[in-house]
Design a protein around this ligand. Structure first.
Ligand SMILES: C[S@@+](CC[C@H](N)C(=O)[O-])C[C@H]1O[C@@H](n2cnc3c(N)ncnc32)[C@H](O)[C@@H]1O
Length: 234
């Protein structure tokens, strides 16, 4: 179950949304509550997009798998899915573009607000091979929430995924994608970068009380992306 309560405070960096993740609607079930800072209106990456709670819920429902993993979130914005993964026990790197210090700062502060010592934050700009990218530790899972929104950036996002996946061939990507046009497709680019993707079942939203995303979940998909193995038919 996930509840969302907007907490409004006087100063902007005290503006946070609170999300509670639990295994069922029963009060005594295991649950965690996460606070995510937002700066609405400042930039694309300073508020929580509808894909993020859905990917975060997917992470929560797979917490037994992710808790031992080393996870990188790209285009993290405010970092909700990655912070849920860290709360489940994963070692998490939250990243956003080098040119987006506000997002990187929000990620750092949200990690602190949630008492997380297993989160680091760094700048990774899609399509750029920088020392930060080449010096990443081995990664098990890449999270990407609503990173495919400007078609001009699609190849850069996929290039960054491909770079990491080819260094860590057993890793995979969980990517939440909002359908904005039926004419958009990443199939060709996945193929070009020796990757393949398939759709994963959406997480259960049975007890979800959040109002803004209940209708949007019909146009949100979660995909898993992996490297293509030679001689395997897809
Ligand atoms: C639609 S927002 C999604 C934010 C967040 N993942 C979410 O779902 O709430 C896209 C994110 O991609 C980041 N971004 C945009 N261009 C980027 C680039 N070239 N490299 C890395 N991140 C980028 C933005 O700063 C923003 O955080």
């Amino acid at each position: 179950m996930m509840n969302e309560i907007l907490k409004s405070r006087s100063s902007s960096l005290d503006n946070y949304k609170e999300f509670t993740f639990s295994d069922s609607s029963k009060k005594d079930e295991h649950q965690v509550t996460i606070k995510i800072l937002e700066l609405p209106g400042a930039d694309y990456g300073t508020y929580i997009w509808p894909c993020a709670p859905i990917l975060a819920q997917y992470v929560w429902q797979n917490k037994d798998l992710v808790r031992t993993q080393s996870i990188l979130e790209i285009g993290a914005g405010t970092g909700l899915p990655g912070i849920v993964a860290a709360k489940c026990g994963a070692n998490v790197i939250l990243s956003d573009s080098n040119t987006k210090p506000l997002s990187l700062d929000l990620c750092r502060k949200s990690a602190e607000l949630n008492g997380l010592k297993n989160v680091t934050v760094c700048g990774i700009t899609w399509g750029e091979v920088t020392p930060t990218l080449t010096q990443l530790p081995p990664i098990d899972l890449i999270l990407a929430s609503d990173c495919f929104y400007h078609s001009k950036d699609f190849e850069d996002v996929i290039m960054t995924m491909s770079f990491i996946l080819h260094r860590c061939p057993n890793a995979n990507v969980w990517c939440a994608y909002q359908e904005r046009s039926s004419e958009r497709s990443i199939e060709y680019l996945l193929d070009k970068w020796s990757l393949y993707g398939h759709e994963l079942p959406l997480p259960s939203m049975e007890h979800w009380t959040s109002s803004y995303d209940s209708h949007l979940k019909h146009i949100i998909r979660i995909y898993e992306i992996r490297i293509k193995m030679q001689n395997k038919v897809y």
